[in-house]
Design a protein around this ligand. Structure first.
Ligand code: CA
Length: 219
């Protein structure tokens, strides 16, 4: 899953990006309203974390402009518990908000919920026969045993699981699982696919030659 964080406080931006990358998300960043709006319009993010107070133009204006063309799920970060700010954010099309200073587990849970909502998946537990995935707990079982996955491997599995029954192209996977600094010609994706097959079964992820990958598709 690929996220965009738009936040002008350098320490907060760095901290959030580090935490979310450690969770396996690909993370792009922007430090003002203009740059943030440009990136949010150019790329198909799975969610955007948007600070309300930003230079150039603020988060509410950014959101109002973004909503003319895109439905990308947006989590607003508001500086204080001012109900007028929250109402304004929701009116502009924010999907959810957190108040700074936020509780980290709560922020991460809200990001996960937003991504599920974006993919129109209400349930958190997905059953694939011997493999079971829980997107709220970010946990995977095979034949009832917990499978240890790297955050990056989990991210790939979750993306394919949320699109079960569909062929997902390599281009799409690069767009959603790698940040703007990653070279799409690298073989990182192949490494992750082969690690997942080793851990979850060789036939769990199907390769459709010349098209892409999928779970629950015909070879
Ligand atoms: Ca700010």
């Amino acid at each position: 899953m690929r996220l965009l964080i738009i936040e002008d406080e350098a320490d907060m931006l760095r901290r959030l990006a580090t935490i979310l990358r450690a969770e396996g998300y690909a993370v792009d960043t922007a430090e003002d309203g203009e740059e943030g709006l440009y990136k949010a319009q150019e790329n198909d993010y799975d969610a955007v974390l948007l600070d309300a107070m930003l230079p150039k133009f603020d988060g509410w204006e950014l959101l109002a402009r973004l909503r003319k063309t895109k439905k990308t799920p947006v989590l607003m970060l508001t500086a204080r518990d001012a109900s007028a700010d929250r109402v304004r954010g929701l009116d502009c099309g924010a999907d959810d908000y957190v108040v700074k200073p936020f509780d980290l587990p709560e922020l991460l849970a809200r990001v996960r919920a937003l991504i599920r909502r974006g993919a129109a998946i209400a349930i958190t537990r997905m059953d694939f026969g011997e493999v079971v995935l829980d997107t709220a707990q970010r946990c995977v079982w095979r034949k009832g045993e917990v499978v240890a996955l790297q955050p990056s491997e989990y991210a790939l599995l979750e993306y394919l699981a949320l699109h079960r029954g569909e062929v997902v192209t390599r281009t799409t996977l690069y767009k959603h699982l790698f940040d703007e600094n990653e070279d799409t010609l690298s073989n990182l994706l192949d490494v992750r696919v082969s690690n997942l097959r080793r851990k979850l079964g060789q036939d769990f992820i199907i390769t459709r030659r010349g098209h892409g990958y999928g779970i629950g598709i015909e070879p």
